[in-house]
Write a protein that binds this ligand. Structure first.
Ligand SMILES: [Zn+2]
Length: 422
C-alpha cells in the first residue's frame, strides 16, 4: 500500500472531524473514495436500525446536515443517508467462502485542537477545521486503514480470494453509541469472522496487543425527572421538586454496593436542574454510567440503578424518563483469532504482546459478540501500537502515521489466511 495515499486520506479526514451521529462530511469522503475504487457503499437505514440508535441529538444532526450542504456534500447522498451516518462497503469475490467483517469507527472527540507550534497537524496544515471537534482518538487512522484494505481488495487477482468482506465504517463510537444500531440492522449476521482494533492506547509503534483484556461492559443512562413548578412562598405544597429528586438519586446511585465477583463502576457525571431561586424546579436530569467486568455485573449495576431512580421518582411524585445513551459489552477473543493475529504480526516484524489490560469500553464488542453468538463465528479485538504525542482525548494528541501501512498489512495478511482461494 502506498504510504503517500494513506497519509493523504488520513490528513483529509483529520481536518474534518465530526462528533458521533453527525459524521456527514466524513461519510461523504469515505463514500467518494470507496466509489472511486468501484464499491457501492450501503447507507442509512440499510445499515442502521433506528430503534437502537443511542445518544443521537436531533438538533445536532440537523445542524450538521446544513453544514454538510454548505460544504458541498451531494444532496442525493444526504437523502440516501436519511439522517444516519456511516457506511458499509462490501467486497464480493463471487466465489463461495466465509464472510469476514472488519469495523472502523469514524467519529471524533469534543476537544479543541491545540495551536501549539510543535503540533504536526498544525505544521502540515491539516489541523481540525471544526471548532471544538478533533480526531483526538485516532479514528481518522482507523478509517484510513479501512480505505487501504478496501483498495487492496480491489487490487487482488480475480480468483485469488473467496467469500466476502464487509468493511463497516461505524458512527458514534465515542460514548459507545453506534454499534448496537449497526448490529441490530443484521449487517454482521452472515459473518463468520469479525476483526476490529484501536491504534495507540496501550502500545507503542512496533507492538501489537493480540489479546487486550478487561474490556468493561457499560451502559450509559440519561435519567430525566419531571415535576411541577410552583411559587416556593405561596404554594410550596403544589410544586414537585425535580432538583430534590436528582440530588437524592445522585447520592443513592453512588452508594450502590459494588459487586463481589469482579470490577463494577458507577459515575454520576452531570446533574442539571432548576431555573431560578424562587421557582420550585420542575425538571432535572442526571447523566450516569455504570460499568462491569462482565455482562452479569453490568446488568446488576443497571438493575440497581434503574430500580433506585424509579424509587426516588415514586418517593417524590416525579415522572421519570429513562433513556439508554450508549452501551458496550465485554469480548473474549477467540483463541484461533489470537493465534492468527500473533502469526501475522510476527511475520510483519511486530512485537506481539499477548495480554495487556485495556481498561476502557469499546462498542465493537457488541458486533464481535453478535458474530460469535449467531454463527458461532470467531472474533477478535486487538491493539495496533503507535507512538503518541499527548494522550487520547487531549488537544495535543497525535499518532505515528508510519503505522498506517502496517495496520493495512496486518489486516490484509489476516484476510489472505481467512479467504484465500485454496
Ligand atoms: Zn477511540
Amino acid at each position: 500500500m502506498e504510504v503517500d495515499q494513506l497519509i493523504k486520506w488520513r490528513r483529509e479526514l483529520h481536518s474534518f472531524p465530526e462528533l458521533g451521529w453527525t459524521e456527514f462530511v466524513t461519510t461523504s469522503i469515505l463514500v467518494r473514495e470507496l466509489k472511486l475504487m468501484g464499491y457501492e457503499p450501503l447507507l442509512g437505514e440499510s445499515i442502521i436500525n433506528t430503534k437502537f440508535v443511542r445518544g443521537r441529538k436531533k438538533d445536532d444532526v440537523e445542524k450538521a446536515i446544513k453544514m454538510a450542504i454548505d460544504k458541498g456534500v451531494d444532496k442525493e447522498l444526504l437523502d440516501k443517508m436519511n439522517g444516519f451516518t456511516g457506511c458499509v462497503a462490501i467486497y464480493d469475490s463471487g466465489k463461495p467462502g466465509p464472510t469476514v467483517s472488519l469495523r472502523f469507527d469514524i467519529d471524533c472527540v469534543g476537544v479543541q485542537e491545540t495551536d501549539n507550534e510543535n503540533h504536526l497537524p498544525l505544521i502540515n496544515g491539516f489541523k481540525s477545521k471544526n471548532q471544538n471537534q478533533m480526531h483526538a482518538c485516532g479514528h481518522d487512522g482507523h478509517m484510513t486503514i479501512g480505505l487501504g484494505i478496501a483498495k487492496w481488495l480491489k487490487q487482488q487477482q480475480e480468483n485469488s480470494l473467496c467469500g466476502r468482506v464487509k468493511l463497516l465504517f461505524q458512527p458514534a463510537e465515542e460514548g459507545v453509541r453506534g454499534a448496537q444500531a449497526m448490529a441490530e440492522s443484521g449487517i454482521v449476521d452472515d459473518c463468520s469472522y469479525f476483526l476490529a482494533s484501536h491504534i495507540g492506547f496501550i502500545a507503542k509503534s512496533g507492538e501489537v496487543v493480540v489479546n487486550p483484556s478487561n474490556f468493561l461492559c457499560t451502559t450509559k443512562y440519561d435519567f430525566r425527572f419531571k415535576g411541577l413548578s410552583s411559587h416556593p412562598g405561596k404554594d410550596p405544597h403544589v410544586g414537585i421538586n425535580a432538583l430534590a429528586g436528582c440530588c437524592t438519586a445522585a447520592t443513592q446511585l453512588l452508594a450502590i454496593p459494588r459487586h463481589g465477583k469482579g470490577m463494577s463502576r458507577i459515575n454520576v457525571g452531570v446533574i442539571r436542574a432548576g431555573e431560578a431561586r424562587n421557582v420550585i424546579p420542575a425538571y432535572g436530569e442526571l447523566q450516569v454510567e455504570v460499568r462491569g467486568e462482565t455482562e452479569e455485573i453490568n446488568t446488576f449495576m443497571c438493575q440497581q440503578a434503574e430500580r433506585l431512580v424509579k424509587g426516588v421518582a415514586l418517593g417524590y411524585g416525579l415522572d421519570l424518563e429513562i433513556e439508554i445513551m450508549g452501551e458496550a459489552v465485554d469480548l473474549t477473543n477467540d483463541k484461533e483469532m489470537v493465534q492468527l493475529l500473533s502469526d501475522v504480526s510476527k511475520s510483519n516484524n511486530q512485537t506481539v504482546i499477548e495480554q495487556r489490560s485495556f481498561g476502557g469500553s469499546e462498542d465493537a464488542t457488541i458486533l464481535g459478540r453478535r458474530v460469535q453468538k449467531i454463527n458461532n463465528g470467531k472474533a477478535i479485538y486487538f491493539v495496533l501500537g503507535s507512538d503518541l504525542k499527548g494522550t487520547h482525548h487531549q488537544s495535543d494528541f497525535d499518532f505515528d502515521e508510519s503505522i498506517l501501512p502496517i495496520g493495512v498489512k496486518i489486516y490484509t495478511d489476516c484476510l489472505l489466511k481467512l479467504i484465500s482461494k485454496k
